[in-house]
Design a protein around this ligand. Structure first.
Ligand code: TRP
Ligand code: ZN
Length: 488
């Protein structure tokens, strides 16, 4: 596999783009198009509907057609307590995960997602539970059924050498080892490579991390840094992510890092960890983080988390950055526009998460448009100029291969129609409703779905409500129709 292009180009990294089967050129009611493919609470295929087991068994997936086994039905995880030990020399991970969850139906059995690794012990509410492995499903049968509404605690002890997963588009995510530790990035599927999870963005939870690594290494996770302790040649780092977080945004990146901590004028706690090999290039960009977040707060509303920062790793094989919650993760020193992009994801993607992967333009189109806006307002190229340059691409260009609102499958979720054409949708919206209404739409979106989830249909309805305009034609053409629109 050739490494994917760096994210800022937004050029997409999928190999052959698959033409999807949706006949989007035929006019279809906007609502009907948007409704297709939503999550459905489907039981496992082998259990006939109506059979009692279908009603008390949590489903093996969250109902997302792009990643059918990702996530699980029947419960919601409120909190993950992850205690990890990692040895970069041997690549061995020792973990204990304590999940506090609530049953959303009566459960005689439920699934977690876990890929690889060996489970050595599993309890539910303190009692040993039966479990088996079935691909990425960790199937748990508690000793007694969990009543609907019951809050329960699952403790999973596990170990082994975590292995990255390869996504449908050929890129790697999950626990990706580096020459001095691990670059840990879970979008879209990789969380399950290092902890048992309800691995879908619709299930958001708070997290505590306790991570032990050899002295001299640093383990960086999300949220607030609670301190570290060194004993016997090993250092334990503690982190807390109090606001809800999707599993794919969790990290526990390990390396030899230079660490910097400070509090901004607004009282935001910043923690930066930088690989020394990237430090010289990273420094001038990281210095801008407070002003970028301040600028984005003016545009999008209050920054959604209590902490911020950056992890700048040296991971040349990775080829992308990830908006890990509160503290984006870079595979090398980022450009300013990449920092702007990952920071914008804190509102669009992290605080407001997708409901299904099909809606990924709500993350990538928005973060890309934030780059355009930043340049425009800081003496750079105008958004119109970027739009025009993209529109000038010929009809056969990959940019027009599928509509941003309907990538077709998981292979396409990081390709250029999602990023660049997704940003073009927002630019068209801005032109149609004017700046005042446009920025009100963005702020209302971030506020109404803060720490939750949203769908494309909810966004288009909001844009119409806030602007008082019928935008069906615009969204139909730019968001949902395959091929290059006839007029810019
Ligand atoms: N969401 C990332 C960004 O745009 C990109 C990304 C996440 C990615 N996971 C990936 C790119 C896997 C390629 C492969 O900031
Ligand atoms: Zn992005």
């Amino acid at each position: 596999m050739t490494p994917p292009p760096k994210r800022p180009a937004g050029a997409g990294r999928g190999a052959a783009l698959r033409r999807d089967a949706v006949a989007a050129t035929v006019p279809v009611a906007l609502a009907a198009l948007l409704a297709a493919g939503g999550p459905a609470a489907a039981g496992p295929a082998h259990i006939p509907a109506g059979h009692p087991a279908a009603r008390t068994t949590g489903s093996a997936g969250a109902g997302d057609p792009y990643f059918p086994l990702a996530g699980n039905g029947g419960y919601h995880v409120e909190h993950y307590g992850l205690t990890l030990g990692y040895d970069p020399d041997s690549g061995r991970l020792d973990g204990t995960a304590v999940l506090t969850a609530r049953a959303t139906q009566r459960l005689t059995r439920f699934d977690l997602d876990l890929n690889g690794l060996k489970v050595t012990r599993l309890t539910v509410d303190g009692a040993q539970a039966a479990f088996r492995r079935d691909g990425q499903e960790l199937v748990v049968t508690p000793r007694t059924a969990l009543p609907k509404g019951h809050r329960f605690r699952v403790t999973v002890a596990y170990n082994g050498s975590p292995e990255q997963v390869t996504d449908p588009d050929g890129s790697d995510d999950g626990w990706i080892t580096t020459d001095d530790g691990a670059f840990v990035a879970g979008e879209p599927q990789g969380a399950m490579t290092w902890f048992p999870a309800n691995n879908h963005p619709t299930d958001k939870s708070s997290y505590d991390f306790t991570i032990t690594v050899p002295q001299g290494h640093t383990a960086v996770a999300n949220g607030l840094y609670l301190g570290s302790r060194t004993a016997g040649g090993r250092t334990t780092f503690r982190w807390r992510q109090p606001e809800p977080m999707a599993a794919y945004l969790a990290t526990a990146t390990v390396g030899k890092f230079q660490v910097e901590q400070y509090t901004t004028r607004d009282g935001l706690k910043i923690y930066n960890a930088v690989d020394p090999r990237e430090a010289a290039d990273a420094a001038p960009v990281l210095k801008q983080l407070p002003s970028v977040l301040e600028w984005e707060s003016k545009l999008f509303g209050p920054y959604p988390f209590q902490s911020a920062g950056s992890i700048v790793d040296h991971a040349p094989s990775v080829g992308y950055a990830l908006e890990t919650q509160s503290r984006p993760l870079y595979d090398s020193a980022p450009s300013l526009s990449t920092l702007v992009h990952e920071s914008a994801h804190q509102w669009f993607g992290d605080s407001v998460s997708v409901t299904r992967w099909k809606d990924i333009w709500l993350n990538e189109g928005f973060a890309t448009y934030a780059e355009w806006l930043y340049a425009e307002q800081h003496g750079g190229r105008s958004a119109q100029d970027r739009f025009d340059a993209l529109y000038a691409r010929p009809a056969g260009d990959a940019l027009w291969a599928f509509p941003p609102g309907d990538p077709g499958d998981g292979e396409n979720i990081f390709a250029s129609p999602v990023y660049s054409r997704g940003a073009m949708v927002l630019h068209k919206l801005r032109g149609a409703v004017g700046d005042a209404a446009f920025f009100r739409v963005l702020r209302t979106w971030a506020a109404d779905h803060r720490h939750g989830n949203g769908t494309t249909a909810q966004f288009t309805a909001l844009a119409e409500r806030v602007s008082g305009k019928n935008l069906d034609g615009l969204f139909h053409t730019w968001l949902l129709t395959k091929g290059k629109p006839d007029t810019p």
